[in-house]
Design a protein around this ligand. Structure first.
Ligand code: BGC
Length: 374
């Protein structure tokens, strides 16, 4: 034991337990790997779901899975062939690793977020240990450089990548409307209206991204205003509405033609309610991964007619590639410039590793909670 192990937060699905484990210290074992000392790890809904044992899978042969897929760390060792990083650099890791099927084009081309056979792995989620521990090692290609001024914010890069990839999808679809594209140098959302569903970290970061992209941005969420999340939303120049105060139809009447709906609410009920008011030629981007619980009755013929007669596009998006991480770091820098006080407030608490039970299985609280490693 002694120096060869470190403390890690892990689930043991066979025993339905969440606990601190002694985990082997990782070693650099190839020329292109780097070793990183963990600084911050974010807690997200997926982690909490893994702690209910409906999701998440330890590596083959292990009985535990080290949690954590949102991380910021500092490089402490580099393999001999590493070119992009040096010791002391701040970095964020990506989550998904490619499958080994030579027939999987996406994985063979560093686009494992589109893996076609489900054989990908994900750090802290599926068959590879995560980052909720003192050190981790991986190939340099899975990391993105973070400038020092983002030390206190960059743990939010991973949740922001969801919006980065989501919006990239929406723009890819909307190339079908060439007249809607703005002039060179202007933000792509200029003159368009976006509704963000949900005011958790993915929703708030997504709303910030929409504002930066020039959209007239609205957030539709559960809690009645005033509340701390609604305040953050108003501070960035977006509008907040609670679903308990206005219906989706009333929301649409206030917004006008809804060009983009970015779903970050996680549940199908609100999502499908609001899908029905997506504007003509609009795009609906789904990002939530609900536990399979809800069955809805919907006016499916009416919805299908609208999808066809009004060219509605519905896109699902999962995970993110290196480009999305690079864009997330650039945008965190932009958010920090525009709203230095507000972006800080998205992180509502920094905790010790000893608080893991409270954070992962206790009552959900705050917006983004982080375990800080000293
Ligand atoms: C993570 C993604 C991951 C997805 C599915 C999300 O919480 O942010 O990286 O692909 O869960 O496991």
């Amino acid at each position: 034991m002694g120096n060869s192990t470190m403390k890690a937060v892990a689930v043991v699905p066979g025993e339905k337990e969440l606990r601190l484990v002694d985990h082997p210290l990782p070693q650099v074992s190839s020329e292109t790997q780097i070793k990183v000392k963990t600084l911050d790890v974010g807690i997200c809904g997926t982690d909490r779901e893994i702690c209910t044992f409906v999701y998440g899978e330890p590596p083959k042969g292990d009985n535990h899975l080290v949690l954590g897929h949102e991380s910021l760390g500092r490089v402490v060792e580099v393999g001999g062939a590493v070119t992009r990083f040096k010791i002391g650099d701040l970095v964020v890791p990506s989550v998904r690793r490619p499958c080994s099927d030579p027939g999987c084009n996406p994985c063979c081309n560093d686009k494992q977020d589109y893996c076609i056979n489900g054989q990908f792995t994900e750090r802290g989620i599926k068959q590879v240990h995560g980052f909720m521990t003192e050190f981790y090692v991986d190939d340099e290609k899975y990391f993105t450089y973070v400038p020092e001024e983002l030390r206190d914010l960059a743990v939010m890069a991973e949740p922001l990548t969801i919006a980065e990839k989501g919006l990239a999808q929406a723009y890819a679809v909307q190339k079908r409307l060439p007249w809607a594209c703005t002039d060179a140098g202007e933000p792509l959302g200029k003159g368009l209206r976006a509704v963000v569903l949900g005011a958790g970290p993915i929703g708030i970061l997504g709303a910030m991204k929409c504002v930066v992209e020039g959209f007239d941005t609205y957030v539709y969420s559960r809690s009645k205003a005033p509340n701390p999340k609604a305040e953050l939303v108003e501070q960035i120049g977006a509008k907040y509405y609670s679903k308990y105060d206005i219906t989706p139809q009333e929301l649409a009447a206030k917004v006008g033609n809804i060009d983009l709906i970015y779903e970050a609410v996680g549940g199908s009920e609100v999502a499908f309610d609001v899908l029905q008011v997506l504007g003509t030629n609009g795009v609906f981007v789904f990002t939530g991964i609900p536990a399979p619980e809800t069955r809805l009755e919907i006016d499916s013929d009416i919805l299908m007619r609208r999808i066809v007669l009004e060219n509605l596009a519905i896109v699902g998006t999962v995970n993110a590639d290196r480009e999305a991480f690079e864009n997330a770091i650039a945008d965190l820098g932009e958010f920090n410039k525009r709203w230095p006080e507000t972006i800080k407030k998205v992180i509502t608490g920094r905790y010790d590793i000893a608080d893991h039970q409270e954070l992962l299985v206790g009552k959900s609280k705050g917006i983004k909670n982080v375990i800080a490693f000293s």
